[in-house]
Ligand binder design. Structure first.
Ligand code: HEM
Ligand code: HEM
Length: 148
């Protein structure tokens, strides 16, 4: 089951990244026009994809033993162990927080202009944080993690 969760979590990164990019590109292209129900749905699906990653990620964090490594000697000296115990967790939690704000604050904005602006601002920050916090296989020490 853990392996299944890990494969899902790994593949879903592309869904999250694709939804973020499409939502941002469309928000930029249409920012002068009226805010459509379709654009709101894109923002909602983007947020949901991140919430699913959150759920899977937290399950992996507990089940693979990363949580219990916090505070153990040597963990902070190891690039990979520090990455999964702290950096990936904190980076992604912040990204998902901004991603949730991108949907929620856009929904609550009074004008169409502000709805687009909030999507662009918050989903933009979420995208940067996610790209920076993924264990890409070209990062030294992360060769064992795939592209998919
Ligand atoms: C640890 C797991 C999760 C946490 C902590 C979490 C947290 C939240 C929070 C704080 C909101 C409120 C956003 C707002 O202000 O509107 C929210 C909304 C929502 N979440 Fe999650 N979520 C989690 C997992 C999931 C999962 C697994 C799904 C779907 C498969 C999901 C789908 C949604 C949906 C549909 C909304 C409502 C959005 C709306 O219509 O405005 N969440 N969640
Ligand atoms: C949008 C959010 C996220 C994305 C895009 C993402 C992406 C990834 C990717 C690509 C991997 C490598 C999977 C592999 O190749 O096997 C991974 C692993 C992992 N992620 Fe996330 N992640 C996200 C959020 C989270 C969160 C919130 C947590 C919570 C702690 C988390 C915990 C983990 C853990 C524990 C692993 C497995 C490391 C291992 O034991 O090998 N992730 N994540």
């Amino acid at each position: 089951m853990i392996t299944g969760f890990q494969h899902m979590h790994s593949a879903l990164r592309w869904v999250v990244l694709a939804l973020l990019v499409v939502t941002l590109v469309k928000a930029w292209q249409n920012r002068q026009s009226s805010f459509t129900a379709g654009q709101a749905k894109l923002g909602l699906f983007t947020m949901i994809s991140m919430h699913i990653q959150l759920l899977l990620g937290l399950a992996l964090y507990m089940m693979k033993g990363w949580a219990s490594m916090l505070g153990q000697p040597g963990v902070m000296e190891s690039t990979v162990m520090r990455f999964f115990t702290v950096e990936h967790l904190v980076g992604m939690l912040l990204a998902i927080l901004f991603g949730t704000l991108g949907h929620s604050l856009s929904k609550r904005a009074a004008s169409d202009d502000m709805k687009y602006k909030r999507q662009l601002r918050y989903f933009g920050i979420a995208l940067l944080l996610i790209v920076a916090s993924i264990p890409w296989p070209f990062r030294p020490g992360f060769e064992a993690y795939g592209w998919f």
